[in-house]
Design a protein around this ligand. Structure first.
Ligand code: GDD
Ligand code: MG
Length: 354
């Protein structure tokens, strides 16, 4: 449980196709990718709600209608959602500037692809104690080159940012975790309507201006799900209880959860943890070894074997196919006897859509 409830607005950033997750993100924006059969963003909203952060602005530049159609005004999830939609991508800071009319005082910003259990109340207390204009959550990673490296002094005051450093530029393993607490006055430095980033623009500028920018180090669970490996890893970690979602907390290791209308042939062997959504049919002698997540209305032919795999909705797997460490997109057909290892597969028809 969080230490205390807080009153804070949040902005969640959703932009760009998430090039490292293509082709999955051709028709589905990154935060709508299913995690335990629910859109990733729903987990993030539940996480914010746990901290009583219920006034949430979605700053969107990529397929906004997919998100709006699903979440509407947020009332079904017990939150209030406001949409700030960009006509062209404005970058991370530009997207928040585009939402400025909904913000005042102190607010929190989250990259839309971050899964974490960071204690927002504790980070807010840190921000207030330091009288910071901007506080940036910092997490420790083995290889910082894919992230923004942050150097801070012993008091936590940030000295330097290096976005996506080459190996010889790495001076620290503490990276920008993509979660910020900001004072609204910092947005005065962000140009209106042009592309502008926190990472290469606003944060270095605030340092130059001598503004108090602090790094909040935390050691809890953190993952950027923006690559197929990390996306699969997040689903598996949640099933294996290595990570916990506020949205779905009934999971326990080794179990098999079936929704309604699932038909499983008695000769099938299923070793948990496995989730099987409604309307699925599992054929004779199918072998499933968790962690595996099967979306709604999937069909698994006889003698199929699945391991460490996520199937989205309407997947049809032909007789005798073997899948291991795969993510299979909506309505994909896998040919009988195919051996598919460590791959992302979507139907041919979705591959050219943008
Ligand atoms: N609305 C909007 N508009 N959102 C955007 C835009 C834009 O023009 N550009 C990027 N975003 C959103 C992305 O959708 C994502 O949710 C977030 O901003 C970060 O973008 P990524 O493309 O995922 O960046 P990254 O993972 O390479 O790097 C960022 O995150 C790292 C932590 O995961 C940086 O902030 C790094 O410094 C950081 O370490
Ligand atoms: Mg990212």
């Amino acid at each position: 449980m969080p230490k205390s409830k807080i009153s804070l607005k949040a902005v969640i950033l959703v932009g760009g196709e998430g090039t490292r997750l293509q082709p999955l993100t051709h028709v589905i924006p990154k935060p709508m990718l299913p995690v335990l059969n629910r859109p990733f963003l729903e987990h993030t909203i539940a996480y914010l709600k746990k901290y009583a952060v219920e006034d949430i602005i979605l700053a969107l530049s990529y397929l906004p209608e997919v998100i709006q159609d699903y979440f509407g005004d947020g009332s079904k999830l017990g939150v209030q959602l406001t949409y700030a939609i960009e006509s062209h991508p404005l970058g991370t800071a530009g997207a928040v500037k585009n939402a400025e009319q909904y913000l005042d005082g102190t607010f929190v910003v989250l990259n839309g692809d971050i899964f974490t259990d960071l204690d927002i109340a504790d980070m807010l207390a840190f921000h207030q104690h330091k009288r910071a204009k901007a506080s940036i959550a910092l997490t420790w990673v083995d290889n910082p080159c894919a992230f923004g490296v942050v150097d801070a002094d012993s008091d936590g005051r940030i000295q330097r940012f290096v976005e996506k450093p080459s190996p010889d530029q790495v001076t620290s393993n503490w990276i920008n975790a993509g979660i910020y607490i900001l004072e609204s006055e910092v947005l005065e430095h962000v140009p209106i309507g042009s592309h502008y980033m926190f990472e290469k623009g606003l944060f270095p500028l605030l340092l130059e201006l001598g503004e108090p920018v602090y790094g909040y180090q935390f050691s809890g669970h953190w993952l950027d799900m923006g690559t197929p490996e990390k996306y699969l890893c997040l689903n598996c970690d949640l099933l294996l209880s290595k990570a916990k979602s506020v949205l779905i907390n009934r999971l326990s290791k080794d179990e098999v959860w079936c929704d309604q209308d699932v038909t499983i042939h008695p000769s099938a062997k299923i070793i948990g943890p496995v989730i099987i959504a409604s309307g699925c049919q599992i054929g004779q002698r199918v072998h499933i070894k968790g962690p595996v997540i099967i979306g709604p209305n999937c069909y698994l032919g006889d003698d199929v074997s699945l391991e460490e795999t996520v199937l989205w909705r309407g997947v049809n797997i032909g007789v005798g196919a073997v899948l291991k460490q795969c993510v299979i997109g909506n309505d994909t057909k896998v040919t009988a006897k195919d051996q598919v290892i460590n791959r992302v597969v979507i139907p041919q028809s979705s591959q050219n859509c943008t």
